[in-house]
Design a binder for this molecule. Structure first.
Ligand SMILES: *[C@@H]1O[C@H](CO)[C@@H](O)[C@H](O)[C@H]1NC(C)=O
Ligand SMILES: *[C@@H]1O[C@H](CO)[C@@H](O)[C@H](O)[C@H]1NC(C)=O
Length: 317
């Protein structure tokens, strides 16, 4: 009965719809999601006095802004402990930064979660992964089984996205109002801070990448190379952006090109909401409320870092 009503509404509203269609089937909904954010090794000398691993607070706020809690995932735990965390969280965010894609602990722990997520999704247990910048590069490395990065520098550059045909039938941009899609493709709303990336040519020549992900947008690097700037899994709920949607609302260094226009903020809000909604499809949960309480980010205090990094605040671990 409910389904009929929903279908009718859909039919009635489609002719006037000003947003892109959605193709997800309805399912159970978890309105108390927890997204795990993987910590990363501190590489930057100015950050070393504060801790061995870190998460910029902008990524935490990005997830929290869409109605999810955050669980920081440390790099020093056992495989059993990671399996337990996996069963307790509803998605994973891989942050940007500068870790090695193959040899770092960041890459190794991401690999453990990636393989658990593949297996879970195969079994109908939806578990989304989002990779930003280095996190997206890591997803390409995990899927391809090799590091396919080449120089595609776009450092401190705001760019419009060159959206592909697939973007308009994608999961990621489902429900984006048409005017926001237009702004995304015409205005410099996406902040780029990277030296490397995967070119469209490399991507298309790699059978594993090509069959796993669709390219939703491309951009041209300072050296003329055309790189993949947005991608999503064809069947798995895995998403990657070479740009930084966490900066638009939560980073303010005036020397850095962080787009703060109202359209840039809308894009960032919509993407955070999209990913957290993907997390709401996961029913993983902690068995013990006490265990949940001590695991969440609320147990940590971010450090003010606006006077020695491009971040305003950083969680150190
Ligand atoms: C955008 O990408 C298409 C191919 O997907 C290409 O033909 C076009 O030249 C690109 N435009 C820009 C501005 O890079
Ligand atoms: C940054 O500011 C804090 C106070 O908020 C101060 O304690 C710290 O020394 C400053 N760091 C640098 C590198 O200036």
């Amino acid at each position: 009965m409910l389904l009929t009503v929903v279908l009718c509404l859909h039919v009635i509203f489609v002719p006037w719809s000003d947003s892109l269609p959605t193709r997800r089937q309805p399912g159970p909904v978890n309105n108390r999601p927890i997204i795990g954010i993987l910590t990363q090794e501190v590489e930057d000398d100015v950050m070393k006095p504060f801790g061995k691993t870190y998460i910029p607070a902008s990524y935490v706020k990005y997830i929290e802004s869409a109605g999810s809690r955050v669980l920081p995932i440390r790099l020093t735990q056992s495989t059993d402990e990671y399996e337990n965390i996996f069963k307790s969280i509803n998605g994973l965010l891989l942050i940007g930064g500068s870790s090695d894609l193959e040899t770092s602990d960041f890459a190794k722990v991401a690999g453990i979660f990636y393989r658990l997520a593949l297996k879970a999704n195969d079994a109908g247990d939806s578990f989304p992964i989002w990779g930003t910048c280095l996190g997206m590069q890591l997803l390409t490395c995990l899927v391809a089984g090799e590091n396919l990065l080449t120089k595609t520098t776009a450092e401190n550059m705001a760019l419009p996205l060159n959206l592909t045909k697939e973007a308009h039938s994608s999961q990621m941009f489902q429900g984006f109002p048409i005017d926001v899609m237009k702004a995304l493709s015409q205005e410099a709303l996406t902040g780029n801070f990277h030296q490397y990336g995967v070119t469209v040519k490399t991507f298309k020549e790699n059978e594993k990448l090509q069959s796993f992900f669709s390219i939703l947008s491309t951009n041209t690097a300072e050296n003329g190379a055309i790189f993949v700037s947005t991608m999503e899994g064809r069947t798995y709920p895995f998403y990657g952006v070479q740009w930084h949607p966490e900066v638009n609302r939560f980073q303010w260094d005036p020397k850095l090109n962080f787009p703060h226009s109202s359209d840039a903020v809308r894009v960032a809000s919509l993407l955070a909401e999209f990913f957290v909604n993907e997390g709401r499809r996961s029913l993983h949960h902690f068995d013990q409320p006490e265990e949940e309480a001590v695991s969440l980010i609320y147990n940590y205090t971010p450090t003010y870092a606006g006077n020695f990094t491009g971040y305003e605040q950083i969680y150190f671990f």
